[in-house]
Write a protein that binds this ligand. Structure first.
Ligand code: MG
Length: 156
């Protein structure tokens, strides 16, 4: 049996924050504001995995408590994969989109896929990351924030 889940997340861009996407730190004057490290891509992937396993959502498992203050989203993804496995599911594949006007993300896609595959303990061929701009439109296009979408499949 194959199951699918969808995830979506947005974080605001702000100065004096690191920009971390897919577990990779990217040099940029702005970073993402959040209780955690603000890794909007990983947050979307986590919600896709939780959705596929009908395990609720990210806020339910990783609330804005001191325990998760500035936590690495890679750690949250790892814990999510453990919850999914504990419910008897094996990870299939993940596809995702980062919507950002800047910086140019193409040079970092390979590193993100590698890092995500390592954290989820799946083959890099099962992890897809794509980057899009929104042609200058809306909050992503005007660099107020970065959005991300993800789909995940699980097998049982
Ligand atoms: Mg988030």
């Amino acid at each position: 049996m194959t199951r699918f889940g969808i995830g979506y997340d947005v974080h605001k861009l702000a100065p004096n924050r690191k920009l971390i996407l897919g577990g990779v730190e990217i040099a940029h004057p702005l970073g993402l504001e959040a209780h955690s490290d603000g890794d909007v891509l990983i947050h979307a992937i986590i919600d896709a995995l939780l959705g596929a396993a009908t395990l609720g959502d990210i806020g339910q498992h990783f609330p804005m408590t001191d325990e998760f203050k500035n936590v690495s989203s890679c750690e949250l993804l790892k814990r999510t994969c453990e919850m999914v496995s504990a419910k008897g599911y094996a990870l299939g594949n993940v596809d995702s989109i980062i919507v950002a006007q800047k910086p140019k993300l193409a040079p970092h896609i390979g590193a993100m896929r590698q890092r995500l595959a390592q954290v989820m303990n799946i083959d890099i061929d099962a992890v897809s990351v794509k980057a899009k701009t929104e042609e200058g439109l809306g909050f992503t296009g005007t660099e107020q924030g970065i959005a991300s979408y993800a789909v995940a499949s699980l097998e049982k």
